[in-house]
Ligand binder design. Sequence first.
Ligand code: FDA
Length: 525
Amino acid sequence: AAGADDGASRSLSSCLVSHGVTNFALPTSPSYAAILNSSISNLRFALPDVGKPAAVVLPASKQDLQRAVLCARNSSLAIRVRSGGHSYEGLSYTTENRVPFVVIDLANLNRVRVDAGSATAWAESGATLGELYYAVGRSSRSLAFSAGSCSTIGLGGIVSGGGFGLLSRKFGLAADNVLDAVLVDADGRALDRTTMGADVFWAIRGGGGGSWGVVYSWKLRLVPVPRNVTVFSVGRSGPVELVAGLIHRWQFVAPSLPDDFYLSVYLPTGDLGSSSSSDGSVSVSFSGQVLGPKHRALSALRQSFPELGLTESEVAETSWLDATAQFAGLDTAADLPNRLLGSKQYSKGKSDYVRSPISRRAMAGIVRYLSTGPPRQGQGQGGGYVILDPYGGAMARIGSGDTPCPHRAGTLYGVQYQVYWDDDLGGRAAAAGEYCVGWLRSLYAFMAPHVSKDPRAAYVNYLDLDLGADNWTAPAEGSSEAAVARARSSWGAAYFGDNFDRLVRAKTAVDPGNVFNNAQSIPPL
Ligand code: FDA
């Protein structure tokens, strides 16, 4: 296999060079490891036993990108496209079954052009959310974009999979705010909204990255925000019943607050772990952003959620841009465009949606379950957390078929589950990983009675290969109809519900040869 890879690397490199694409690294290049690892945020996929690409190409222009796609095909290499490298399952820089591949990394395609007058922006897919937010916030204090909170996520991945964030209850997902896009298809053609056709333009806005081609750039609708927004992040702790009572009440409050309000829950695991809290108390924190002044935020939350006991000293007014930096965990807004600030950990995530409030008693059981999970980092076993993201508002008004994301009216909130561990654990890292992932799967089983069913829904941007995977290297397993049926009955239904079949039609139209595939890409018929 190594010999075949060498041949493919050589053939790719001569094709690239003969077409004037010079910025790429082969496994023999001194810069290869640094470039490959630059945006790998999940260290599970940087381990030596994970198959490495025959090259990493960094296009500098749309033409370079088109040539890179064609040269990869000429050299019979599978293509993996990377924007911010935050895929939960490393799908932007790995292949299944050691299929030889090339990474087309869009890190240098990160230009953002804001037109404040028309409240739109054209952004190349390799731009990070931080780069986009910074450009938007600097152009006007009253403009913003609706997407996620981590500043080093790439636009290519997050918009392709939806993109939920603090403005989504007011303005929907990132994908709901795409006005046009340029997609480079498997034949290297650059298609816009009109030339790609309605089904494909619909599919690229939430149907998941890596299935359709390479989105080179997006035209985005910017949204209005007040000059000052109100933000807070408050911790509360106490006995399990008290914390469960707060979260139980939150379920009725957060999804039905006015659209200007975002109020989420963060629950760490392990509060009652072996060496932690001895007084039996557990903790929770609530993060909020309100598109309005302090006094309005306080009066509305005191009225609808008096149990939270929010005080004036806990809330602050700031610009949307500064709030964005704060929620990204950065010291200042000037750090938003810094691509190197993303944290690197070993991690595994999963997701759920809740459609009916969980009873107070069951909530206490869940809080208790979490409290005995992986303790905080530094205690030798890694850590974990659960985040509850409120839906309702615009999320409920946008139709479940308007874009591929079906989790709209009737969804109260989304659930993110995460476990993580890192190298500080030294020789114990592998064991800690096994323990954390095993525990996460047991939590997911424990949650089953309380979350959406038939199908049990999941968010495609919180990619989870436990839900099932395509195996493109074993075509003997059946016809394309069989592949479609397998995907539909597992991850396809979970991520896309009734939208799955339209995604298959779009895939069949734009990439019938399945050039763009991964372990959970949409299969063509
Ligand atoms: P990456 O480059 O790994 O790409 C992800 C997938 O999209 C891959 O399959 C890749 O091939 C494909 N792809 C990338 N660029 C493409 C392009 N230009 N054209 C076509 N396909 C392309 N989500 C959210 O909605 N809200 C949030 O607040 C957060 N927060 C968050 C924090 C952290 C720390 C992580 C690790 C993840 C999140 N996410 C999130 C999830 C995130 O939206 C998801 O992982 C995105 O797919 C990441 O996009 P990247 O471009 O960074 O990833």
